[in-house]
Design a protein around this ligand. Structure first.
Ligand SMILES: *Cc1c(COP(=O)(O)O)cnc(C)c1O
Length: 431
């Protein structure tokens, strides 16, 4: 392939000026230039095509350039791209709030729109603090979470990420210090571990007087380590929150919209949180949008409290383009028969990743819904892994000791098999 002079210049600029996530500038492994994407495929500047095993960080559930999603954006553009949400309102925002509250567990009736997942977590934390204060419990200002979690990169969210994986040591003295319980024991189907339950219960009781809320990712811990735990752990947290007057915040940013086989992962546990965050797949990966849902009790208590309401208001709150494409994405999800689709992907992942189990250097293979994970005994060499996956015509982005996929729901069996073959090959080379 001839090097393209335009792209050579662009990549030189990228190296010189552009930050990429979680890394040095320039990035030690140069990023691959993408010129377009369609269905489940990314097209690179040199003409190669890669099947996207990552769904653009788990968002692009319907794939790229979906005609219905393209149309939703184009149609919304005919009326307005954006308008402020302070003092003004619009149909896409109202309709999306209605839709989300219909989809969500029953008591979640109120919606605050945010412009990213991390901000929706900040809003959730703020809701809990303002709620306790408005309820006259001013000493309840800390949060409890479990180790191994990930809730975003802004400071409030970072403070409840895993203290080691979330690199709290870089920000000692800056982050608020919350209460960390042990990570829930591994295994979606594992019975509730009595020892863990007893230690968690004791920790909550010990700190209840100073706690506003518990915040966790239900059932699947995503970027903190791609681990699955029993829905019974989530149910126990709900019971402990009720017992001690704490709010339960569930971060469904990664797990929401069918990814784990239920519309929201908390449905595995039959649990309704007081506050719930959604984001990522909300717009089908088209645009950044997130939302924090809460119960009427939380909203009413905050609204009666000092300050006269929830003290947050992002500039691009409820952006109409994003709300319109989110509505179209939720329509598609209905039409897709997502339950069956996710179950088919789950079966394909189980079959396709099974050969990795026998490989040297593989410590675990786990699948839940449309999430497939191979965990290695050592850290993955990212550059080597990327090269192997690209040779398979597949885009993967392993991290730490994890090679995984969260593919678009529209991926067909043949493409899914190529993704799992690439993962198994990366695991083989890394062993
Ligand atoms: C990605 C993610 C976030 C942060 O969302 P951003 O849109 O990247 O700010 C928060 N919580 C969970 C569980 C996530 O997976």
């Amino acid at each position: 392939m001839n090097p393209d002079p335009v792209w050579e210049a662009l990549l030189a600029l990228d190296r010189g000026r552009v930050w990429h996530p979680y890394g040095a500038l320039p990035a030690p492994v140069p990023p691959l230039p993408v010129v377009s994407a369609e269905g489940v495929r990314l097209r690179l500047a040199d003409g190669r095509e890669l099947i996207d095993g990552m769904a653009s960080w788990w968002c692009a559930i319907h794939g790229y350039r979906h005609p219905a999603l393209d149309r939703a954006v184009t149609e919304q553009l005919q009326s307005m791209a954006h308008v402020m949400f302070g003092g003004l309102t619009h149909e896409p925002g109202i309709r999306l709030a209605e839709r989300l509250t219909e989809l969500a567990p029953r008591r979640l009736e109120k919606v605050f729109f945010a412009d990213s997942g991390s901000v929706s977590v900040e809003v959730a934390i703020k809701m809990c603090l303002q709620f306790q204060r408005a309820a006259g419990r001013r000493d309840r200002r800390r949060l409890l979470t479990v180790r191994g979690g990930y809730h975003g990169d802004t400071f409030g969210a970072m403070a409840v990420c895993d203290p080691v994986g979330g690199m709290h040591s870089l920000f000692t003295g800056v982050l608020p210090e919350h209460v960390f319980a042990e990570r829930p024991p591994d295994g979606f189907e594992a019975p509730l571990d009595e020892g863990w339950a007893a230690r968690l219960s004791a920790l909550v009781a010990e700190h209840a007087h100073e706690l506003a809320a518990v915040i966790v990712e239900p059932v699947v811990q995503g970027a903190g380590g791609m681990r699955f735990h029993s829905p019974e752990c989530v149910a126990l947290l709900r019971a402990l929150c009720d017992e001690h007057g704490l709010l339960l915040v569930l971060d469904e940013i990664a797990t929401g919209f069918g990814r784990t086989g239920q519309m929201f992962a908390c449905e595995h546990a039959g649990v309704t949180p007081d506050v719930m965050c959604v984001g990522k797949a909300l717009t089908g990966g088209y645009m950044t949008l997130a939302a924090t849902l809460c119960t009427a009790e939380v909203a009413e208590t905050i609204s009666r409290g000092e300050g006269g309401g929830l003290m947050h208001g992002p500039t691009f709150m409820a952006n109409p383009l994003a709300c319109s494409v989110a509505l179209a994405s939720l329509d598609l999800l209905d039409g897709l028969g997502w339950r069956v689709r996710v179950a088919e992907i789950e079966a394909g992942l189980r079959t396709g990743l099974e050969p990795a189990r026998a490989l040297a250097g593989v410590s675990d293979v786990r699948v839940l819904g449309a999430i497939g994970v191979v965990q290695l005994e050592r850290e993955v060499d990212m550059a080597a892994a990327t090269t192997i996956a690209v040779e398979h015509g597949v885009w993967l982005r392993p991290f730490r000791d994890l090679v995984y996929t969260m593919p678009p729901y529209v991926i067909d069996a043949g493409d899914l098999a190529r993704v799992t073959e690439a993962i198994v090959d990366v695991a083989r080379m890394s062993g």
